[in-house]
Design a protein around this ligand. Sequence first.
Ligand code: TMP
Ligand code: MG
Length: 317
Amino acid sequence: MTYPVPWINIPLRTALAMWHQWTKTEVPELSKFSVLMKQRNKVENTLRTMQQAGPGTLQVISDFDMTLTRFAHNGKRVPTTHNILDHRILIDEDCTRNVRKLLNIYYPIEIDPSLTSEQKIPLMVEWWTKVHHLLIQQKIQRDMLAQAVRESGVILREGYKVFFDRLAELQVPLLIFSAGVGDILEEVIHQRQVFHPNVHVISNYMDFDANGVLRAFKGQLIHTFNKREGALLHAAHLPELQGRPNVLLLGDSLGDLTMADGVAQPHNLLTIGFLNDQVEERTELYVEAFDIVLVKDETMEVPNAVLKFITSGKDAK
Ligand code: TMP
Ligand code: MG
């Protein structure tokens, strides 16, 4: 039996067109299996709007630990800025043991999907305060930090150089907003040669005495769930960020979403969330909260592709 050709072709053509429409994307990397998006259309519209507005209207706000740095490598956790301090030239065995004990108690709370940020906040303050207190007792010497970073095994996500260099080249400000240790963070990006003039850091900085010995931490404590206050206090007043209402935000914690709260009258905000740990338990929360979720993706491939797209329109170099 034969069918008349137009009868079979039209629906086929329609199906093909629909399929093409579904799979067509300006950023092919967004079709990777590790990428989850609740509203793909909204993401693509925002991407196009940001591209049209040009890099002169863009700012990038990123978390540091487990966002710009890898979560794990060869099955082993990559150290955070706090954990980089776990080096015998800086702290003794007792301190190592105590800091690790605290990590084992509080990190599961930090990522527990059954607790709200409000419930976590007092416990996070407790964690950071205890750790900073232990570190201060160790009389850490500023001169030793660079060596500790060099020997730490910290790894930035693959593709980090493209990310930092492109932003610098386009003079797009990159605000790194970290609840980690600012001095260590700066040393990491300095050693990787990506601490470009467009990079601004908000973090917990060490306060050293005249002999270069740690005596306190400066300013108001930043932990994972009070970045909103830091944004309003610091980021909102950075002159380099003014007049840039389009924001690309990168984070690995739900608390990171408040890093853009200091942006006056944002036009477009596109958020990318790395879901590193407790994937099954947290997927739903992350997909609801971030525009783009990257599941167990240790690379900068998607952020770089997004960045390339939104900076390749007018005014682009
Ligand atoms: P971030 O804001 O750059 O991600 O830095 C905060 C991370 O640091 C957070 O996810 C928990 C982690 N952290 C440690 O690994 N060790 C510690 O002792 C503390 C206080 C925090
Ligand atoms: Mg983080």
